[in-house]
Design a binder for this molecule. Structure first.
Ligand code: 9MG
Length: 276
């Protein structure tokens, strides 16, 4: 399977590692670490050296309870970083945003993918994605970051999430976004408790019925903390284990803070399973 992301045609026969670069003061794991542009570009360079296939740049925290970031503040955070990465490195950049204006500016600065936790449901977002002609990751979330962890309930897992994603895919196709540009994501931790997250991970192979590349993000998330008893910065081993389980069950792109360790683990899996 291949993904058209701007000028990049990404071969998904080998699982891809997406390095997380949060340019925010308040993200749950790395908030405040890369607010300075030079620090952010150094972190991008490190992740690329470690083997990241994509870099996901975010200027608004999406952790549970996070406050919304005003448009100009988000732009001020992400634009110099995206421009810096796309001019210095040959790597696809993804913009983690739900705001259509941010999508437009980021793509203008060279971003090749839109990663939207609202799956293009905010007003104007689908139009921005159609015009941008880049790849789009449609993620499932119940509610919004402000209220998503208030006792989420599902009738059937993972069918409720697959149905939601199928509807969002259909909306994108109808609007004119090519199937070769779409990626789906169950949205671990976004309106899901630990039992939900584990059930989705156990049944991840069912997402194959959507016939699209699958992105997963479990890195350092709360469920891994509850399982391991570790704080966010010590959840690396748990995150790598979860990433490997996800890839074994069909995930094509793994979003992670811990690029080097995830790349090593995937090399071992690849040697056994026969991908490069
Ligand atoms: C921005 N962000 C935080 N967690 C994420 C996840 O699991 N998937 C995607 N696509 N984006 C995420």
């Amino acid at each position: 399977m291949k993904l058209q992301a701007g000028k990049y045609l990404i071969d998904l026969d080998r699982p891809q590692v997406m390095g997380i670069l949060n340019v925010t003061p308040d993200s749950f794991s790395d908030g405040g670490c890369f607010l300075n542009v030079d620090d952010a570009l150094r972190q991008a360079a490190t992740m690329i050296d470690e083997g990241a296939d994509l870099i996901d740049v975010g200027g608004e925290s999406t952790r549970p309870g996070a406050r919304e970031t005003p448009l100009q503040e988000e732009l001020d955070r992400i634009m110099p970083v995206i421009e810096g990465i796309t001019t210095r490195f040959d790597v696809p950049v993804s913009i983690d945003t739900s705001k259509p204006e941010v999508m437009r500016f980021a793509v203008g600065a060279g971003a090749s993918m839109i990663n939207d936790i609202f799956a293009l449901r905010l007003e104007g977002a689908i139009d921005a994605a159609v015009e941008a002609r880049v790849a789009v990751c449609l993620m499932h979330m119940k509610g919004s970051p402000q209220n998503m962890q208030e006792a989420p309930v599902y009738e059937r897992l993972p069918a409720d999430i697959i149905d939601f994603l199928a509807e969002r895919v259909q909306s994108c196709l109808s609007a004119g976004i090519g199937r070769d540009r779409l990626v789906v994501d169950p949205g671990f931790g976004f309106g899901k408790n630990d039992d939900h997250n584990l059930e989705i991970l156990a049944k991840l192979n069912q997402f194959a019925e959507l016939g699209l590349p699958l992105l997963v993000g479990l890195s350092r998330k709360r469920t891994l903390g509850n399982l391991s008893g570790k704080t966010a910065e010590h959840r690396m081993a748990a995150g790598v284990a979860a990433a490997i389980i996800a890839v074994e069950k069909g995930a094509n792109i793994v979003r992670t803070h811990d690029v080097a360790e995830t790349v090593d683990a995937l090399k071992v899996l690849g040697a056994v399973n026969g991908f490069g």
